[in-house]
Design a binder for this molecule. Sequence first.
Ligand code: SF4
Length: 470
Amino acid sequence: MSGFRDRARTALADPLLQKALRNVPRGFIAKRAKAKAALPEFEQLREEASALKAFTLDNLDTFLATFVERAQTSGAKVHFASNTEEANRIVIDILKKAGVHLVAKGKSMISEETELNTALQRAGMEMVETDLGEYIIQLRDEKPSHIVAPAIHLSRREIEPAFRQAHTELPSDRQLVEKEDFVAEARSILREKFRTADAGITGANLLIAETGSTVLVTNEGNGDLSSTLPRIHVVLASIEKVVPTLEDATTILRLLARSATGQEITSYTSFFTGPRRPGDVDGPEEMHIVLLDNGRSEILAGPFSDILKCIRCGACLNHCPVFGAVGGHAYGGVYPGPMGEVLAPALHGIGKVSDIVDACTMCGRCAEVCPMGIPLPSLIRRWRMEAFRQAQVSPVQRLGLKVWAWLARHPHLYALAMRIAMPLLKFALRWKELLRRIPGLSAWMAERELPPPQGRTFTAMWKAARRKRP
Ligand code: SF4
């Protein structure tokens, strides 16, 4: 199996992907900046949201118990799944018992984590993704490359063949050029699926303990159609999505849309509280909520618990220079970008994904924009330390780090080493082309200029400045 470096190399050499990735700053960064500027209390909201999430996580058992009790009172059935296999088994059992053949599915990162689509297909059920981006990648048999915009890596030119191949019932000479052509075609196909689906599966952006409600935000309304038209509605969510009150949910919702898409609020923000009641004009006959743990209880008790504050807005991905260069598939898992670099090792173990924690320049932009104040670079750095501790880094890198750490703990020797290294480096850099051929240096120097050291060392300047101080 290829690692991050190989996948990144492939991504960098893909001109269509590179063109598609240029939309990330245009589409997301500018819109978020505008939305933030229009909300003077953004920073205050950020602090409030981070504090309320920290408080909720500290009391997660209490709020989860309240959520379950209130959801059950409203008529929903709540199920707990300790891992991904159990979650899929519970969902499939619910659907089989209800005689479901066709499932309309809303966007859900948790279902990506559990690989629910594959499990449903194995169980012999037809499942249709109803979020446009998810529908596109389902037709192309791909994984999402972004947690908010799953098909951001694709251009219309790449999507067109997938539509023509899948929608053979439509005239072959139809026009598929503009964005509107694709949206209209997908809508016409999906309307029929919504109408005939026996069950709808959605995720949840939040779970409200106070009311037992699940909250779903979308811009296409597909989540509402998936949850209200079919007989059965299954919500698949992870346990950390719970917040204490409706008021708390609105605090987070004010940050979510602005951080994700630069909107004040998403086009559809829906609250689901139990199945259809007597007198309701629509709604499912049964509502099930499957709460997935999958290692989150352990994460909660450890040094990476801050990542459980994540509301999946995608802002850290959009502002990450590494994500912007290689896209989401290079990370090789469900969660890409800075949040993925913290969450993926926490879920799967650093031994399985140690290469992705190197996909960070420590520029700090992710932490600056994270609406939940998650210290992403510090957490990534901590995973690097863990990778080093567990011997997940190459022997050469390990030796280099050990030598550097030893020198850093012996300042006099460090200063001496720097004094010797500077003229040597200056001398060696006269033969840059030769240096570029040295294994270990060649990759680093391929894309970078290494200017010769100038003047005195930092330590020498610092000592001189100290001597001048009164
Ligand atoms: S880590 Fe922060 S910025 Fe990244 S997706 Fe989560 S909430 Fe958004």
